[in-house]
Design a protein around this ligand. Structure first.
Ligand code: NAD
Length: 257
């Protein structure tokens, strides 16, 4: 019960890493506010948490829409009284070399992955500042640290998240708010399934090439990232500030040849 009595809002919690984190946080005693633009996925996450005896509610919003995010933040405060932990997890992929990417596709990746962190934080930080307490976790990626083929827009967005995390930490440390980033490697979620289908003809070759760039013989699971988020959300991480936390099977710091 490492989050007993805490309220956690997780964006993009209708699938993958967000869902696994919502499930784990609820099991650890948190009241979880499940955001997703996709109502079916969001409601499924909530139903499964409630079935397991946890506490959760769905808050619909597209994290890129200022009005929708303002309403979501107001509704979160109205329902739960406060938000102790904001996990800015929602994100989309972007595939292609820079010259292949159309402006609309570029903007879409930056909007969801960067503006989608700015807006929920903007609306919830004043409440955290007033209470002089709070935790924000921003979803970056190991792609922010290493060059990976055909990831220009995605890498730019996740690098921006890492820089934003450090800037936020400096500004909000005086209010006793901690802001950290998670940098996953390849985690098997619907996000990666889609990428594998659109980028490779042979699924076995795809998995082999993903494994070749890491030290672990296995790809990551959503639960691996959820455990990292749990640590950052808990009081045990009280001395973690502005840090990138890698959950990547050795992609960033390892070389296996
Ligand atoms: P996923 O596609 O399984 O889940 C993402 C969820 O975000 C979906 O439910 C989707 O509906 C929601 N979402 C998308 N746009 C949204 C919006 N505008 N507003 C609200 N919700 C929105 O993906 P995942 O693999 O669980 O990824 C979660 C996060 O982790 C993303 O930020 C992703 O970039 C990051 N990440 C994933 C991996 C990986 O290998 N899976 C690696 C590094 C980083």
């Amino acid at each position: 019960m490492r989050l007993k009595g805490k309220v956690a809002l997780i964006t993009g919690a209708g699938s993958g890493i967000g869902r696994a984190t919502a499930t784990l946080f609820a099991r650890e005693g948190a009241h979880v506010l499940v955001n997703d633009v996709d109502a079916i996925g969001g409601e499924e996450t909530v139903a499964s948490i409630i079935k397991q005896g946890g506490e959760a509610a769905y808050l619909q919003a597209d994290v890129t829409d200022p009005d929708a995010v303002a309403s979501m933040a107001a509704e979160a405060i109205r329902r739960a009284g406060r938000v102790d932990v904001l996990f800015n997890n929602a994100g989309i992929s972007g595939v292609g070399m820079l010259h292949e990417i159309e402006p609309d596709a570029w903007d879409r990746v930056m909007r969801v992955n960067v503006r989608g962190i700015y807006l929920p934080s903007k609306h919830l930080l004043p409440h955290m500042m007033a209470r002089r307490s709070g935790v924000i976790i921003n979803m970056s990626s190991c792609v922010a640290e290493i060059g990976l083929a055909r990831r220009a827009s995605y890498a730019a967005s996740k690098g921006a998240v890492l820089a934003l995390t450090k800037a936020m930490q400096v500004d909000y440390a005086p209010y006793d708010i901690r802001v950290n980033a998670i940098l996953p490697g390849t985690i098997l979620t619907p996000f990666v399934d889609r990428y594998l289908k659109t980028s490779y003809e042979d699924p076995d070759a795809a998995i082999a090439s993903l494994k070749a760039r890491q030290l672990s013989g296995e790809l990551g699971r959503p639960e691996d990232v959820a455990q990292a988020a749990l640590f950052l959300a808990s009081d045990e991480a009280r001395f973690m500030m502005g840090s990138p936390l890698y959950v990547d099977g050795g992609v960033v710091f390892g070389k296996n040849a």
